[in-house]
Design a protein around this ligand. Structure first.
Ligand SMILES: O=C(O)CCC(=O)C(=O)O
Length: 292
């Protein structure tokens, strides 16, 4: 399954490449079944809500320590005002992250196939390392939006040698919250970085008001708005892989339909790059990154 010269130039032109039937239905189903088991084992007493709305992108310890763990994050709309879940735990999780590919044998096997290794080599990675994995549920009715962003905002490297792989584990359509992207938008430059570190103290009036320091912040490099009118839907049948350039602006809308939209994402970097220690995602324990 070698990429053709046309596919590589399409990817360079648009900033994404859609590869239908990249994984089998059986592989998708195996991953879905394993994710269901992980959620079943998860104790919801430990709560973390995921959102990309600026400062609320869960900057708590649970999130910041998840780079070398398997952790479940709830949908923002999963809870009633009294803190109880609106739906069963199984229909309330937004995603599982961020080291599934290293810690779980079923995810490891899905993530390190010969086909994926070949694709990564075709994309020009000489010494690839699997950095991050996420299982995204996009639950029926409460599946939250992921606002327009570039993956390099969250996983920055110097030089920028990173790629996102997005696998549709179910059919993804406009109705249930498929990806949207701005074709060619990877040429617009990096707009922000999401980094660890305190935000400045806020002082109000005569007294001093010092909120608890935020553990993360967005460093804005270009505050111009995204040309969102240019967004185009990337509908994908189950088994499709979408390759995403690290600077491609993309989003997914809320899922208000009765259908879920499960997806699995992997982010791969090259071992030759510098991975900054202010990036939010860090391996704090003793779990070295591995390739294929
Ligand atoms: O699957 C989605 O809804 C969005 C995923 C995404 O854009 C990301 O994780 O960078």
């Amino acid at each position: 399954m070698k990429l053709s010269a046309e596919q590589i130039s399409e990817c360079e032109r648009d900033g994404f490449l859609i590869l239908e039937n990249f994984v089998s239905t059986e592989s998708c189903d195996r991953l879905r079944a394993r994710a269901a088991e992980l959620v079943h084992e998860f104790d919801p007493a430990v709560v973390s809500i995921f959102s990309t709305h600026e400062q609320t992108r869960t900057s708590d310890d649970y999130f910041l320590e998840s780079g070398d763990k398997i952790r479940c994050f709830f949908e923002e709309n999963a809870f009633n005002s009294d803190g109880t879940l609106k739906q069963a735990k199984e229909q309330s999780i937004n995603k599982i992250g961020h080291a599934l590919h290293d810690l779980d044998p079923v995810f490891d096997q899905f993530s390190r196939t010969t086909d994926i290794g070949q694709l990564i080599r075709d994309l020009g990675f000489d010494d690839p390392l699997l950095l991050q994995s996420m299982y995204i549920f996009k639950q029926p009715r409460i599946g939250g939006e992921v606002t327009c962003h570039q993956d390099a905002t969250f996983l920055y490297t110097e030089p920028l040698r990173m790629v996102g792989l997005w696998f549709a584990l179910e059919d993804a359509s406009v109705e249930n919250g498929c990806l949207w992207a701005i074709p060619g938008g990877h040429n617009l430059g990096l707009k922000s970085r999401f980094v660890r570190g305190s935000s400045p103290t806020v002082r109000e009036g005569v007294g001093t008001f010092e909120p608890p320091p935020s553990r993360t912040r967005f460093e804005v490099l270009d505050s111009s708005p995204w040309p969102e009118a240019k967004l185009s839907p990337l509908e994908a049948r189950k088994g499709t892989l979408i390759v995403l350039h690290p600077l491609l602006p993309h989003l997914s809308r809320e899922n208000r339909s009765a259908k879920s939209r499960h997806a699995y994402t992997l982010h791969v970097i090259d071992a030759s790059v510098k991975y900054p220690e202010e990036n939010w995602l860090q391996r704090l324990g003793k779990l070295p990154l591995r390739g294929f």
